[in-house]
Design a protein around this ligand. Structure first.
Ligand code: ZN
Ligand code: ZN
Length: 270
């Protein structure tokens, strides 16, 4: 299988300390593309550095909704400037999280709109995190889409089938995480089984959300193979076909991955 993990956090605790081994296990499992996602400004340099080092890893720049309160200074211009780096292929993750409410909701919405503007300006997809905030997420996406189109993905999708329809209508992709393998995820399984193949991505959100049969362990990109097999079975297709389709979708959505060479290490630096 040749797989793309559309969303992981390779510098987070649990993965950062053993990154070479994590990448080796991912490659052994057939993972050929990984998107290393940032959630705070102070992660940007390191997330990009991994993508400079590794030919099969790309980076995003963004501020997680949890962090919106502490990043009022990160505006569209700042995001656009960092997104000019050849290995940065997406904007985010950004969005709304009303489950934890770690940041003020007005601040979350303002940050989300700033990220959308950066996506529109750069043409890079926005990676949307949404939890217990379907209505506002849909409203902002619709309203902003009216001002000018932008590509994107709903990451770690756990929302309703109705929200999936809205996202698909707006041209968005939907990324399914290991949550789909959980026993209590019946609704998500029903929605995921019906999603159009040409809009589907898969992800680990590692180090979080390790899928069955790894539940409770530190998640890592290699486990995207387990989610792929489970989802393929659910959809009545072969894991190979689903891997191929979701990998092709990944490169179609994050089209900059096809044209962003790894920056060679400077001479004299190991
Ligand atoms: Zn997220
Ligand atoms: Zn994430």
């Amino acid at each position: 299988m040749n797989l793309a993990d559309s969303h992981c956090h390779l510098i987070y605790k649990g993965l950062g300390e053993q990154q070479p081994e994590v990448l080796t296990r991912a490659r052994d499992a057939g993972v050929v593309a990984m998107l290393n996602i940032s959630t705070r400004e102070r992660e940007w340099d390191e997330v990009i550095a991994v993508a400079e080092r590794e030919a099969d890893v790309w980076a995003s720049v963004g501020i997680h909704p949890h962090e919106a309160d502490t990043h009022e200074h990160v505006d569209t211009a700042k995001l656009v400037a960092r997104a000019a780096h050849p290995r940065v292929v997406g904007i985010g993750e950004s969005g709304l999280d009303y489950y934890y409410d770690h940041s003020d909701r007005d601040r979350q919405r303002a940050s989300f709109r700033a990220h959308i503007a950066a996506s529109r300006e750069t043409g890079l997809p926005i990676i949307v995190h949404t939890r217990d905030a379907e209505e506002d997420t849909a409203e902002i996406l619709r309203e902003e889409m009216g001002k000018g189109g932008f590509p994107g993905v709903i990451h770690c999708f756990t929302a309703s089938g109705a929200f999936a329809e809205i996202a698909l209508d707006l041209g968005f992709y939907i990324s399914i995480s290991g949550i789909v393998t959980f026993k209590n995820a019946r609704d998500l399984q029903e929605t995921a089984a019906r999603l159009p193949l040409d809009r589907l991505l898969i992800e680990t959100d590692a180090p979080f959300l390790a899928p069955v049969p790894h539940r409770g362990k530190t998640g890592e990109p290699a486990f995207v193979a387990d989610t792929c097999r489970f989802l393929a079975n659910l959809r009545g297709q072969s894991a190979e076909d689903l891997a191929d389709a979701t990998r092709a979708n990944f490169h179609k959505l994050f089209a900059k991955t096809l044209s962003s060479p790894v920056i060679p290490a400077k001479a004299g630096i190991a």
